[in-house]
Design a protein around this ligand. Sequence first.
Ligand code: KIV
Length: 277
Amino acid sequence: MSASNLTARHSVPALRARKGGEPIVCLTAYTAPVARLLDPHVDILLVGDSLGMVVYGLDSTLPVTLDTMIAHGAAVVRASERACVVVDLPFGSYQESKEAAFRASARVMAETGAQAIKLEGGIEMAETVAFLTARGIPVMGHVGLTPQSVNTLGGYKAVGRDAEAAERIVADARAISEAGAFTLVIEGTMEALARRITEEVAIPTIGIGGSPACDGQVLVTDDMLGLFGAFQPKFVKRYANLGETVSEAAATYAAEVRTRAFPGPEHCFGMKKAAAV
Ligand code: KIV
């Protein structure tokens, strides 16, 4: 990584200062080609552990390993120049203790060149967020619907529907903000709740199933491109239908191979004249 590469990127302090300003644009990226395409358009590339479901076909994010996150994080950093790259800490790599979280984060930062890590959780993770931040590791928080807790939540459904649950999420958001996180993802909550958290915390909030009032928005890229068909949450807007495009291209290719229409002469190597047989 060159010094110019570092200075060209959206920095953590610059993003932190976007509270109440121009909305922060964030998309997930897991691979080099996708990172290269998204980089000119976004402020943050999130190497989310959603890659377990999107890329590896798992039915939750729980089996994703730290080594997998590091391999994908390094690819995204290599293929981008402008975006701040944030890598998710996977389930089991940080919940046990703040020291375990530091070891996992230090590996992510050193082995990928990413600018920050993201972790899920509220009050119970605040001490860890403070520990990491004080030791040079910028943290993006994640409250509301936290997919790594799918088994305690009982599914991937919106949270904070009653007053008591909503107050707990506000307290979580406050704790993570006060612990020193530089941004906070709010996922799958009531719109009014995401709006209230955005008003109450000092750091930029990034909504996904949150509120238009959030300080930024994030979507899973494969969802918004129509590439991930397993299910489509209410909060996803499809900006393209690449799934259909890929399927049509594969069908045309298959037909052309079967009828010998592909490859044509223009796709074949000829011999030099003198050597022609
Ligand atoms: O893993 C992920 O992609 C995420 C986003 C949905 C915020 O955490």
